[in-house]
Design a protein around this ligand. Structure first.
Ligand code: TXA
Ligand code: MG
Length: 310
């Protein structure tokens, strides 16, 4: 792994891109201070510049160097980092992070991943790593390397770290006085945040707010049409099932968790969507998933995936 990290480090230092594993999904990373690298990320992902990219750091000190961070933000960061929490912070004037990363806004999403390879890579370079999920814009995230599209693999150095452990992206939040606004549901549930910070008012950002640009459009979508909360599977549809029920597909089916465990389901979620998308079914029918904890995050992804609003 040492020589792989070293090659990845050189790739990043030369302004090129690296696909690396995190505990949530694979990231498509580049030097956050290098405008050429940032342009490559947007170009390769086919992502509009209006949708900012989150920045990965090796530790809180590296974040403090670049951002104004108040006591509340520090406490939330400290409670969940390293881990799947992205906090939107205000850049210091002296920060070397390139403005193109966040559409010239002062606010940037920051996180410290909890993954040995990601942390080794971050420690090997002296800049933060800008990294969106390693998938084409609006498509399904990658939780193992065979999910990666060939366009991405051909244009980036790949570090294969096997399957990611959590399977759903980080939770994106913004703190505002005593409020914590969830901009994107993720691997850290609202319930978990409430337990640690009972004094904070937690709000879910609605879909059309412009606080979270990536949230408005069709997103996390397979190529096949998708129907959610189904009672019946059509004859040419594949099935993404959850728990025990009478739903059956004639073509192919995967059960996220037979014992209805949301953590197990999260881990399987994108993998099964990839498998169904590459099967010979004509559409994907999805069983009801309970609207609690990680179930809320999966339902959010499914709702966007089934949306026709490009
Ligand atoms: O788990 C994750 O977060 C993965 C791994 C690779 O770290 N990354 C990821 O990045 O999912 P991405 O770019 O696919 O999603 C980041 C989300 C987007 O919905 C984006 O709009 C939002 O965070 N975001 C990023 N920067 C923001 C900002 N400055 N203000 C508001 N929302 C922001
Ligand atoms: Mg993404």
């Amino acid at each position: 792994m040492k020589t792989i990290i070293n090659s990845a480090k050189k790739t990043l230092e030369n302004g090129n891109l690296v696909i690396f594993p995190t505990e949530t999904v694979y990231g498509l990373g580049g030097d956050a201070t290098n405008v050429g690298a940032i342009k490559k990320i947007y170009g390769l992902k086919k992502r509009p510049f209006s949708n900012p990219i989150i920045c990965h750091f090796k530790n809180i000190e590296a974040i403090e160097k670049n951002f104004e961070i108040n006591a509340q933000e520090y406490d939330v960061g400290n409670a969940f980092w390293p881990g799947p929490m992205t906090i939107i912070l205000k850049k210091k004037k002296t920060s070397s992070i390139h403005p193109l990363l966040s559409n010239n806004l002062e606010l940037v999403g920051c996180r410290i991943p909890k993954h040995r390879i990601a942390l080794e890579l971050l420690a090997s370079v002296n800049f933060p790593i800008a990294a969106p999920s390693a998938n084409l814009a609006t498509k399904i995230s990658s939780t193992q390397t065979n999910h990666l599209s060939s366009e991405l693999k051909e244009n980036a150095f790949l570090i294969d770290g096997g399957k990611t452990t959590l399977g759903l992206e980080s939770t994106v939040v913004k703190l505002n006085n005593n409020k914590l606004i969830i901009l994107r549901l993720g691997s850290i549930t609202e319930e978990k945040i409430k337990v640690k910070f009972p004094e904070l008012i937690i709000e879910n950002n609605d879909f059309n707010s412009n606080l979270s640009p990536g949230n408005q459009k069709k997103h996390y979508a397979p190529n096949l049409p998708i129907r959610i909360n189904v009672n019946k599977v059509k004859k040419d549809e594949g099935l993404l099932n959850f728990g025990k029920n009478n739903l059956r597909s004639n073509i192919c089916e995967y059960n996220l968790s037979k014992k209805a465990d949301l953590k197990e389901a999260s881990k399987n979620f994108f993998h099964f969507l990839h498998l169904l998308d590459n099967s010979n079914c004509k559409g994907i029918a999805v069983a009801n998933i309970p609207e609690v904890g990680l179930g809320k995050t999966m339902n959010d992804r499914l709702y966007r995936a089934s949306s026709n609003n490009e």
